[in-house]
Design a binder for this molecule. Structure first.
Ligand SMILES: C[S@@+](CC[C@H](N)C(=O)[O-])C[C@H]1O[C@@H](n2cnc3c(N)ncnc32)[C@H](O)[C@@H]1O
Length: 490
């Protein structure tokens, strides 16, 4: 299960940062729209909505939970006696959104050095030649205490969330709907770009309340899955997931089938081929079409364990491997760490089964240009609040989908829209990440582009692929001043 030293020391994923990463506005590329409609000058009344998938434009609708899931949630919440549930869920949500990975030894060392320097600069050690030994000791202790306090205040204190029954319920309330929405969007892109892919089995690591299972089911249809294997170290999470599947009826009320016991041995549910376990299976022999690790990377106690887990999951995959986290800078960096680590194994030819490429969001395998920036690469999904019905909220998420095998030669590698599209009266600005791993912006104008091209960019949203091929051509920026302001904010 654990990677060899060689694999873990393949440090391409820690390679040098690139120097420039802002959207290249001085030498904007030329965008040639990649669609046959574009060549048909008579086609001016394009029915875009019907052709959305063709254009790389995805659904921008509000993602709703399936009715059966909503009913099960209502039943569970209706019978919940915990008066602090909403309060706990808000606190947990806040904790998870701002969560960072644990500090590495070298980060901790850096903090120790800088705190020591800071305290020493503000409290210079006096001449001790006239002091007694005891006084000198007292002074030194006081200084060390100050340094220790400073380190405690500066260093991020990572701790895992213990998912007991009350935390599992809080998680359900806080995170089911947004986690479902982001996963559903990711899965829908796989379905629309790879219509021949019909997953027969799913492996979910850190499965929680079973969100990935419900999203995959909504996307591809549950009857198509022959096996779903969920791993979660929390017995309470597993029991809650099983309860949701059973329509909100707790396993012990139903009598049979029984949910997971404290020893983690029993992990059945009413659905044939659905398994819940507390630990990863020891053997990587059984492979899965779809492997998911959602919102769990930051729960692992070290970078080494994250990479080991990512490698185990990559070995388990025979189709797509999905990692998704909240859209914070810290979570995005962890996603990139995993992406670059797995890609570094992919091109080394060490193990044939480790070959793969990035399916989404990046149209490339290059180092992410955002790593040299301060903003994360993230996307947005709209969802209905579970607590305040009808209220529409937005979830920011960072993700990567890796696919086994080489990239298909027919993949046009269209650039990804990585920030909101700016629509103005005469022109539209799209900020893109290209197949060369560069951040670029293009401007589509009413005067220079066709009606169809203008329609496409206006329908395009943050997170979509833009069906264009870019080529470099010297032009002058033609933004109005307020556009420049907007671009600075990106
Ligand atoms: C934040 S929840 C994510 C739940 C789910 N994937 C979702 O997106 O809704 C993280 C889950 O990972 C589980 N977890 C943490 N460390 C784990 C480990 N080492 N092995 C298996 N599960 C783990 C926790 O019990 C928790 O249920």
């Amino acid at each position: 299960m654990f990677p060899s030293r060689n694999l873990l020391h393949n440090r391409r994923y820690l390679s040098q940062k690139i120097t420039s990463c802002s959207f290249g506005s001085s030498l904007r590329p030329i965008a040639k729209f990649d669609h046959p409609v574009n060549r048909d000058s008579k086609c001016s009344t394009l029915e875009l909505p019907e052709r959305e998938n063709y254009f790389g434009i995805k659904s921008h609708n509000i993602v709703k939970l399936p009715e059966r899931l909503k009913e099960a949630v209502d039943k569970i919440l209706g019978s919940c006696q915990d008066g602090n549930l909403i309060n706990n869920s808000e606190k947990l949500n806040h904790h998870l959104i701002f969560k960072k990975p644990p500090l590495t030894h070298s980060q901790l060392k850096e903090i120790e050095v800088s705190c020591t320097e800071r305290v020493s600069a503000t409290h210079p050690f006096p001449d001790t030649s006239f002091m007694s030994v005891d006084d000198e000791k007292r002074l030194s202790n006081s200084l060390n205490n100050k340094i220790r306090r400073n380190i405690r205040q500066t260093a991020y204190k990572w701790k895992p969330v213990v998912y007991n029954q009350s935390m599992a319920m809080a998680y359900l309330v806080a995170r089911l709907a947004p986690d479902f929405a982001s996963l559903y969007k990711i899965f829908c892109e796989i379905r629309s770009r790879d219509p021949g892919f019909q997953p027969q089995n799913l492996f979910d690591f850190g499965s929680g309340v079973g969100t990935a299972l419900w999203s995959a089911k909504s996307c591809w249809g549950m009857e198509k899955f022959k096996e779903v294997f969920c791993v979660d170290s929390s017995v309470e999470m597993n029991n809650l997931a099983i309860t949701l599947i059973q329509g909100g009826v707790w396993p012990n009320q139903k009598g049979e089938p029984r949910a997971m016991g404290e020893d983690g041995t029993e992990g059945s549910s009413t659905i044939k081929g659905l398994y819940f376990r507390q630990f990863m299976p020891a053997s990587p022999a059984v492979k899965y079409d779809l492997v998911v690790c959602a919102h769990t990377l930051l729960e692992l106690p070290s970078a080494e364990l994250r990479l080991q887990m990512a490698l185990s999951l990559w070995r388990k995959s025979q189709g797509y491997l999905v990692f998704v986290e909240h859209g914070s800078r810290a979570a995005y960096e962890v996603i990139m760490e995993i992406r670059d680590f797995l890609l570094s194994l992919s091109d080394g030819g060490k193990e044939a089964n480790l070959q793969g490429h990035v399916f989404s969001p990046c149209p490339n395998e290059a180092r992410c240009p955002r790593l040299a920036d301060t903003t994360p690469c993230n996307f947005e999904a709209k969802y209905e609040s579970l607590v305040k019905k009808q209220q529409v909220l937005k979830e920011r998420f960072s993700y990567v989908v890796l696919k086994k095998g080489p990239r298909s030669k027919s993949d046009p590698q269209w650039p990804r829209v990585v920030r909101p599209v700016l629509t103005r009266s005469g022109h539209t600005i799209c900020r893109l990440c290209t197949n060369e791993g560069k951040l670029e912006e293009i401007v589509v104008t009413r005067s220079k582009n066709s009606k169809v091209e203008n329609t496409i960019v206006r329908k395009t949203k943050w997170g979509d692929l833009l069906p264009v091929q870019l080529s470099r051509h010297e032009t002058q920026p033609d933004h109005s001043p307020d556009d420049k302001e907007n671009l600075k904010l990106s």
